[in-house]
Design a binder for this molecule. Structure first.
Ligand SMILES: [Mg+2]
Length: 393
C-alpha cells in the first residue's frame, strides 16, 4: 500500500463562548482536516490544530507531501523518521501539528486495514471511557459560578479555569465563585499560562488554596524550571507543567528539575500518537502522572487521543478537551459539545482505526465559515497586543 495524496480542508467551528486566557482570546476552533488517500482506496483521517496559524499548518502539509506520497502508510516509525531527518523538521516546533496529523492518518489506515480500533493496536483497553474536564471560559465571578453549576449538573467532575487578570486577587475571587457554583465535590484546576512571577505564584496559590484546588497549571514561565521548582517547594497544591513540557525532551528536563507533580503531554505538540505513548512511559518511569493537553481540537483529533489514553494507565486526571466551548463538530457522532459527554467521559470508539467519520455537510459548512471569516477565529487577539510582557513581582 502507498500513500497517493494528502487532501486538506481548513474548517472553523464557533465556540459557544469565547476562550480567554492571560494573553489572548479566540472565538472558535480552527482545524485543518486531513484525508490521506492510498492507492488501495483506504482513506486515513487526521486533524491538525491551526497552531500557530492555519497558514503555517497548511504550508507544512505542502512541504511534507513530497516526503510522504509514495510511502507505505503502515511503516509509521520510518515515515516519521524520514520527515524528521530527511525533511529536517526535527528542530522546528511549529511543524508538529501537521506532522502529528499525518501520523494520525497512518494509524487510521492501519486500524482500517486490520479491522481493529486503534486502542487495540496501542496496548488494548486499560479503561473503557476517558474522562475530560469542563472548560469554564468565563471572566466575571457571577458567570464563572453559573458555568460551574452547569458543569456539575452535566456530570463533569473537573472544572478548568484560566487566570485572566493582571490582578491575581481578581482571579482568587473567580476561583471562590467557581467553588460556590460547582459545589464542594468538584475538582478545580487553575491554569496561569505562565502569567505569574514566582513570588506572585506562591502568594496567589496560597490564597486560592482554601477553595480546594486539584492542580495549578504552569504558574510561572515554562522556560525557567528552577523557578517552577521554587514555587513547587512553597505551596501544598500540586503543580502541572504545560508550557514547560511541550516535547519529550522538555518533559525529561522538567522531571530532572523536580519542577512539577504532573505533566501535560500532547500528541499535536510533539509529532504524533506514538510520542504521546512515549511521553506517558517517560513520566511513568519518573513516577509522575500525565494529562493530555489540548491546543483545541475537533472529533478526529479527540478520538485519536482518546484511543491512546484508553490504552495507557498513567492518565490519572481528567484530560483537556473543548466540549464545554464547542457549538458543534465535523464528525458524525463523536465529541462535539458538552452534551455528548456522559459524566464528563467519552466512550472509546469501537470502529476500525480512529472509529470516526467526517460529516460531509458539516465539513462543507465550517470550511465555508473559515473562508468567510478566518480573521474572526484566529488565535491572536489584536486587542491583547498591550498585554504585559512580563509578570509583576
Ligand atoms: Mg495550559
Amino acid at each position: 500500500m502507498r500513500i497517493s495524496k494528502l487532501r486538506t480542508t481548513t474548517v472553523a467551528v464557533p465556540y459557544r463562548v469565547d476562550e480567554a486566557w492571560a494573553f489572548g482570546r479566540r472565538s472558535g476552533q480552527v482545524s485543518v482536516l486531513l484525508e490521506m488517500q492510498t492507492d488501495e482506496g483506504v482513506v486515513g483521517l487526521g486533524e491538525a490544530a491551526a497552531y500557530p496559524s492555519a497558514d503555517v499548518v497548511n504550508a507544512v502539509f505542502r512541504t511534507l507531501e513530497p516526503l510522504v506520497v509514495g510511502e507505505d502508510p503502515l511503516a509509521i516509525e520510518r515515515m516519521i523518521h524520514r520527515i524528521d531527518l530527511v525533511g529536517t523538521w526535527h528542530h522546528v516546533r511549529a511543524s508538529s501539528p501537521a506532522i502529528a496529523a499525518v501520523e494520525m492518518a497512518c494509524w487510521d489506515v492501519l486500524g482500517k486495514v486490520c479491522g481493529q480500533p486503534l486502542v487495540n493496536l496501542l496496548g488494548g483497553r486499560f479503561r473503557d471511557r476517558v474522562e475530560y474536564f469542563y472548560y469554564v471560559a468565563r471572566v466575571s465571578p457571577a458567570e464563572v459560578a453559573a458555568e460551574g453549576r452547569r458543569a456539575t449538573e452535566a456530570g463533569f467532575g473537573t472544572c478548568y479555569l484560566k487566570a485572566v487578570h493582571d490582578d491575581p486577587a481578581a482571579d482568587v475571587e473567580r476561583v471562590a465563585a467557581l467553588r460556590d457554583g460547582a459545589g464542594p465535590h468538584a475538582r478545580i484546576r487553575v491554569d496561569a499560562n505562565e502569567a505569574w512571577s514566582p513570588g506572585t505564584a506562591v502568594r496567589t496559590v496560597r490564597a486560592m488554596q482554601p477553595y480546594g484546588l486539584e492542580l495549578v497549571e504552569q504558574p510561572v514561565s515554562g522556560r525557567n524550571l528552577a523557578e517552577m521548582a521554587y514555587v513547587r517547594g512553597r505551596v501544598d497544591t500540586p503543580l502541572l507543567a504545560n508550557e514547560a513540557s511541550w516535547t519529550r525532551h522538555d518533559q525529561l528536563a522538567v522531571i530532572r528539575a523536580g519542577a512539577a507533580d504532573a505533566i501535560s503531554v500532547d500528541n499535536q505538540a510533539d509529532g504524533g500518537l506514538l510520542n504521546l505513548k512515549r511521553s506517558a512511559g517517560l513520566c511513568e518511569a519518573a513516577g509522575l502522572p500525565v494529562v493530555k493537553h489540548s491546543l483545541g481540537e475537533l472529533g478526529v483529533a479527540l478520538a485519536a487521543a482518546t484511543h491512546v489514553i484508553a490504552a495507557t494507565p498513567t492518565f490519572r486526571y481528567a484530560n483537556q478537551a473543548y466540549g464545554a466551548l464547542l457549538s458543534d463538530d465535523v464528525t458524525a457522532g463523536f465529541g462535539g459539545p458538552a452534551a455528548a459527554y456522559r459524566d464528563g467521559c467519552l466512550d472509546v470508539p469501537t470502529g476500525p482505526g480512529l472509529g470516526v467519520e467526517l460529516d460531509p455537510d458539516k465539513v462543507a459548512r465550517y470550511a465555508e465559515l473559515y473562508r468567510c471569516g478566518a480573521d474572526r477565529f484566529a488565535f491572536t487577539d489584536r486587542d491583547s497586543a498591550t498585554a504585559p510582557a512580563l509578570p509583576k513581582a
